[in-house]
Design a protein around this ligand. Structure first.
Ligand code: MSP
Length: 531
């Protein structure tokens, strides 16, 4: 069997100033789903996540809490790791920018850009937003000198000697990159945003700070620390090192570089689609394949924020509804790239309709019938003997291809809808054929054919939805009498498994079925205890 191509994907490295919020959970859920689908196909996968731990924002937060910065970082990094566990995020690397091996990578990278002549010392004056960790143009600010992203935070005036990165030198190379690789930035609206930003002309940006010791010292001038973004982007590279590797750029880049997909929110697009490729060009390194900037989540149609008091705690969400429900809602409900909304009533209704009713009830009633009419076994017929004109066989036979296209295009809502179409067709098929009447009339062969077609359609649906709802998929497989744990990376990546399981007709005849249990308990509409 030919070796399938490797796939590496990153989430942003999250700031550790506060506990994880729903925005970070959202990006990470998407990345995990993409990674799971690639693993399902048998591809070697590396999913990178982690934390961005230096800079003024973290230093100040630690101070306010009476902690030394590293304590603050350790606590919050641990809370990210534990949330990812609760959400069944299967990351391969957790990159922390305070790790000593990361400092080695940053120093080597800085030195190579320095040797290339792309770093110089000059005076920097400007407005700085600590929450963004970014200098802002005066025209970008709201009245009263507030940041347009962190609308309750005013910017601070800075006037200091900084080291600068010669971004302007890369203007035409960046333009050529966007032109020659139109898919480098996705979706198209984000690409256009970047194009118009770059068209206005790029300015060099400052990559060091004085009077800030919570950072990595500039190798050529330890009075300065390296700007948090210059440091953080390199966290993606450090993450590529195998644990036993010496921390050198050569080792880091040997196996998984360039990264296939940087998944980020739209607010940090400029750093990933402009600064980062230019930095890599300056160090003579290959560029990542793709940067995808997703939209923002709102709650009940409103921007979320601490000051508005309407933040959504991802941990509370998992506690209340479980990982698969949270995963399904965000992937099924939001079109990636667009802004998306969380509304608890919509959440409950969607899950009840699609997971409890359409999918769960279908499985449950079909299994009960198989118990009664087929002795608790899969019907003793082979898929090849079912007519190719059969509605479910027809729909099911081309499903994997459509779902695969959707996953590849990061259209998770479409992937879910395609599968749901088969589930709904199966419900209708069951109602139309009424196997209970066929049974009464003694038409056993017809009963078996109908039940096989439906059970197989449920199996295929579970398989193709497993990147989104791994636990429910595992449970469906169990009830169908098939042992496959979708959280077991090795088990799902067995050679040939994808080809076998992604096609309609895999369910073996005459096999003992598992015990039937309600798949997904109906959720109650929120009352007092709303999220
Ligand atoms: N530390 C930087 C990233 C460095 S990457 C080398 C950072 N961290 S962050 O914690 O502030 O942001 C993390 C991610 O959460 C970003 O992708 C951001 O877009 C996303 N979100 C923050 N709020 C969000 C919503 N309300 N909705 C969706 N995603 C949002 O930026």
């Amino acid at each position: 069997m030919p070796q399938l191509s490797r796939f590496s994907i990153t989430t942003p490295l999250y700031y550790v100033n506060a506990a994880p919020h729903i925005g970070s959970a959202y990006t990470t859920l998407i990345a995990d789903t993409v990674a799971r689908f690639a693993r399902l196909q048998g591809r070697p996968v590396l999913l990178i996540t982690g934390t961005d731990e230096h800079g003024q924002k973290i230093q100040r937060t630690a101070q306010e809490r009476g902690l030394v910065p590293q304590q603050q970082c350790d606590r919050v990094a641990a809370s990210f790791a534990s949330l990812w566990k609760r959400l069944d995020i299967q990351y391969d690397r957790f990159s922390r920018t305070t790790a000593p091996r990361h400092a080695a990578i940053v120093r080597e990278f800085f030195q190579s850009v320095w040797d290339n002549g792309d770093i110089y010392l000059a005076r920097k004056q400007g407005w700085y937003c600590v929450a963004c960790e970014e200098f802002k143009e005066e025209r970008e600010l709201l009245d009263g000198k507030y940041c347009s992203i962190h609308t309750n935070k005013s910017v601070e005036w800075r006037d200091e000697q900084n080291y600068f990165f010669r971004l302007s030198k890369y203007q035409s190379q960046l333009e050529a990159l966007y032109r020659d690789r139109p898919d480098f930035i996705q979706p198209p609206a984000r690409r256009n945003e970047v194009l118009s930003f770059v068209e206005r002309g790029l300015n060099d940006f400052s990559i060091s700070r004085v009077n800030l010791d919570w950072g990595i010292p500039v190798p050529t001038d330890p009075e300065h620390t390296i700007y948090v973004w210059f440091d953080a982007l390199l966290g993606y590279v450090t993450a590529l090192l195998d644990p036993a590797d010496e921390p050198t750029l050569e080792n880091a880049l040997a196996r998984w570089w360039p990264v296939d997909l940087h998944l980020i929110g739209k607010d940090i697009l400029r750093f990933h689609a402009v600064y980062w490729p230019a930095m890599l060009m300056a160090a003579g390194l290959d560029l990542p394949q793709r940067v995808f900037g997703h939209g923002f989540l709102t709650k009940d149609g409103l921007k979320m924020g601490k000051s508005l008091g309407n933040t959504l705690d991802p941990l509370a969400m998992v506690d209340k509804y479980g990982a698969d429900a949270v995963r399904y809602y965000f992937l099924r409900e939001v079109e990636l790239g667009q802004d998306g909304d969380f509304n608890e009533t919509r959440f409950v209704n969607l899950l009840n309709a699609e997971l409890a009713n359409d999918l769960g009830n279908l499985l449950n009633r079909t299994l009960k019938m198989a118990g009664k009419y087929c002795g608790g076994k899969t019907p003793p017929i082979a898929a090849v003997d079912i007519s190719s004109a059969d509605a479910l066989k027809q729909l099911g036979s081309s499903l994997a291809e459509r779902v695969e296209d959707a996953y590849r295009a990061l259209m998770f809502n479409r992937a879910c809808q395609e599968v749901l179409a088969l589930v709904r067709a199966s419900n209708k098929y069951l109602d139309d054929r009424a196997p209970w009447s066929l049974y009464k009339r003694g038409e056993q062969a017809a009963v078996e054919q109908v039940l096989y077609a439906v059970l197989e359609s449920v199996r295929l649906s579970a398989y193709l939805l497993s990147p989104v709802i791994p636990n429910l998929s595992t449970e469906i497989y169990r009830q169908l009498g098939i042992v496959l744990d979708f959280n077991d990376k090795t088990a799902i990546a067995q050679p040939g498994l994808y080809v076998e399981h992604a096609r309609w007709g895999t369910l073996a005849p005459d096999q003992l079925l598992g015990e039937a249990k309600p798949l997904f308990a109906r959720l109650e509409l929120p009352t007092d205890g709303a999220l």
